[in-house]
Design a protein. Structure first.
Length: 88
C-alpha cells in the first residue's frame, strides 16, 4: 500500500465524484482525487499554523463553567493576556 504524497498548496475546490466516474485508484485516479486535495489543504494549513512564531503559546484555559477549557472559546497568551472568540 502506498501513501498520498501531499503538497503544501491550497486547493480552491474539492472534487465531487460524479455517478459516471469509474472507481479507479492510483495517483491520479478519480477515487483518490478528493483525498489528495484534502491532504494538500491539510498540509497547507499545518504549515501555516506552524509558521506562526508563538502558536504553541496559545492554550485554552479552564473556568468554573468550562472545566476542560474547550467550550468558553477563550485562550490565554503566554504573557497572561486573554483572547475570546465570543459565544460558546
Amino acid at each position: 500500500m502506498s501513501a498520498i504524497n501531499e503538497q503544501t498548496k491550497w486547493e480552491d475546490e474539492v472534487y465531487l465524484l460524479a455517478r459516471e466516474d469509474r472507481v479507479e485508484g492510483g495517483i491520479y485516479g478519480p477515487s483518490n482525487k478528493q483525498a489528495r486535495q484534502l491532504a494538500n489543504r491539510t498540509r497547507y494549513l499545518k504549515t501555516a499554523v506552524e509558521s506562526l512564531q508563538d502558536y504553541r503559546d496559545y492554550t485554552f484555559f479552564m473556568t468554573p463553567d468550562d472545566p476542560d477549557g474547550t467550550v468558553a472559546g477563550a485562550c490565554r497568551y503566554a504573557g497572561g493576556e486573554t483572547l475570546s472568540r465570543g459565544g460558546a
